[in-house]
Write a protein that binds this ligand. Structure first.
Ligand code: NI
Ligand code: MN
Length: 226
């Protein structure tokens, strides 16, 4: 499985020959100017919630590629009603088999509305099981006890977690979250996009390494192989 960081919380995941893009907010992000959105191969667009910093490139991508959406019911319904996009709706606790692997929707403690204020359903995190690996995509979330459910069913190879604070967990809470989900390899997202969520990389990585864990802070455009 290959995971490419596109900045903020946007990811490209290549697994089982399929390309999934998660929370595409690329063209409005000056730090991600090197990423050519119109050049990305995309089969699925996976959305954790409807906030603008997670959906801004959805139309640009789906209009070009015909990619299918995977998100909560309200988001899939909105895009189906207003844009005629095809999609698969999931909700907390549900799992579903796709041609790239299995997704399980899990709790995220956050909010979810479209830029115009339309209700965007419950925010979600996802567990992706594919090619013998399990990865946790936390989405925008606070630290929540529900994370303790995850290792009952999944032995995670990677946990992708927000670490920028203000809107989500900070580094210290993500460290606790990594203990609760029982994963030693963490990829940080939702940091540095704006000054409000800037973090000290060295200090953040030291906090994890002091606990025998690894915090990966990928450069935009960098790919991780797991
Ligand atoms: Ni959000
Ligand atoms: Mn966000």
């Amino acid at each position: 499985m290959q995971i490419t960081y596109f900045g903020h919380s946007a990811l490209g995941i290549k697994t089982a020959g399929k390309n999934i893009i998660v929370d595409p907010f690329i063209s409005p992000n000056p730090a991600a100017a090197s990423i050519v959105v119109d050049g990305l191969a995309v089969d699925y667009v996976l959305l954790t919630h409807a906030h603008y910093d997670h959906i801004q490139d959805v139309e640009r991508i789906v209009d070009r590629t015909g990619a299918k959406l995977i998100a909560n019911h309200e988001i899939v319904t909105w895009y189906n009603t207003h844009r005629k996009y095809e999609g698969t709706a999931m909700n907390q606790g549900g799992s579903m088999i796709f041609d790239f692997g299995t997704l399980k929707a899990v709790t995220a403690v956050h909010s979810s509305s479209f830029p115009d204020g339309t209700y965007g359903g419950n925010p979600l995190g996802f567990i992706l099981r594919a090619e013998g690996k399990s990865i946790y995509i936390a989405g925008d979330t606070a630290l929540t006890m529900d994370m303790k459910i995850i290792p009952i069913f999944d032995s995670l190879d990677l946990a992708i977690m927000p670490i920028g604070s203000v809107f989500t967990m900070d580094v210290d809470e993500a460290l606790v979250a990594s203990e609760w989900v029982d994963c030693d390899k963490i990829m940080g997202v939702h940091f540095d996009t704006m000054p409000l969520i800037a973090i000290d990389h060295t200090e953040a990585q030291k906090k994890f390494s002091d606990k025998g864990k690894e915090l990966l802070l990928l450069k935009i455009g960098e790919t991780l192989e797991i």
